[in-house]
Design a protein around this ligand. Structure first.
Ligand code: FPP
Length: 250
């Protein structure tokens, strides 16, 4: 059931017409949300899973092509073991619980990052949902797990170097398109809009190449409290901006 606020905002978004093709979100503030309730951090992550469900539904309704969620960074492997275990279990639980519904809604799920570091259970769950939803084309849901943008850029450089050494590409012909085609996001348009929750104003090693021209929207809301209406508010704000891509106003 849509809240009145969310329904109004969605109507306004539709009147305007153009929605961002690709929205990326740094889901931040789970730990603080839990601390405010004197609860352990994993409680915040579990509550954050509800917001993930709501935002995915909202993105489908709004007609986005791609939704990218930063679920777990490579730096997050340095968190306490209990928190890492909780996050891996949540990932496993999320895909196991939501897979059928995501599939029915036409969502194609892609997990992107150094997936070889995931627990075998999380890795298997992710592989299953990716295979199940591979043929869907209503929206792509990118789940960035064990992800670092710098590592992704180094990986792309390594792949290009290997192709050049093997004679598959001519080094002097390497251009931006050749580089982008070696990124995890090769098949996706760049994000038009980056949302970060919890008021923090950082990119935190997320999609450093792809965010070159993204509009930034910083929400003060902690991730577990982020609703569909918040997503629609950010999209509405985006629609009111003038994007110039380094050019002068039209
Ligand atoms: C950042 O909050 C959030 C994370 C590191 C994990 C995000 C995970 C989820 C939203 C739940 C699972 C998601 C999926 C897709 C299954 P933080 O812990 O850094 O918060 P803090 O800055 O307040 O400490």
């Amino acid at each position: 059931m849509l809240s009145t606020n969310a329904a109004d905002l969605l109507a306004q978004i539709r009147v305007h017409g153009a929605v961002p093709r690709h929205v990326a979100i740094i889901m931040d503030g789970n730990g603080r949300w839990a601390r405010e309730r004197r609860m352990p951090r994993p409680y915040g992550h579990r509550s954050g899973m509800r917001a993930v469900r709501e935002v995915v539904e909202g993105a489908v309704e709004a007609g986005l092509e791609v939704l990218s969620l930063f679920a777990f960074s490579q730096e997050n492997w340095q968190r306490p073991p209990a928190e890492i275990t909780a996050l891996m279990s949540l990932l496993e639980e999320y895909v196991a619980r939501e897979a059928d519904e995501l599939h029915q809604r036409g969502v194609r799920v892609c997990a992107l990052g150094a997936l070889e570091r995931l627990t075998p259970e999380a890795s298997a769950a992710v592989a299953r949902v990716m295979a199940q939803t591979a043929g869907n084309d209503r929206i792509t849901l990118n789940l960035f797990v064990s992800y670092s943008a710098r590592a992704e850029l180094v990986r792309a450089a390594r792949l290009l170097a290997e192709d050049a050494a093997a004679g598959r590409v001519d080094a002097s012909a390497i251009d931006e398109a050749a580089f982008a085609s070696r990124l995890y996001t090769a098949s996706c348009p760049d994000p038009d809009l980056l949302i970060r929750t919890s008021g923090e104003q950082r990119i935190s090693n997320f999609l450093l190449w792809q965010l070159a021209y993204a509009e930034l929207f910083i929400s003060p809301v902690l991730w577990p409290d982020f609703t569909r209406a918040e997503l629609y508010g950010a999209i509405r704000d985006f629609q009111l901006r003038e994007r110039r891509f380094g050019r002068v106003p039209a």
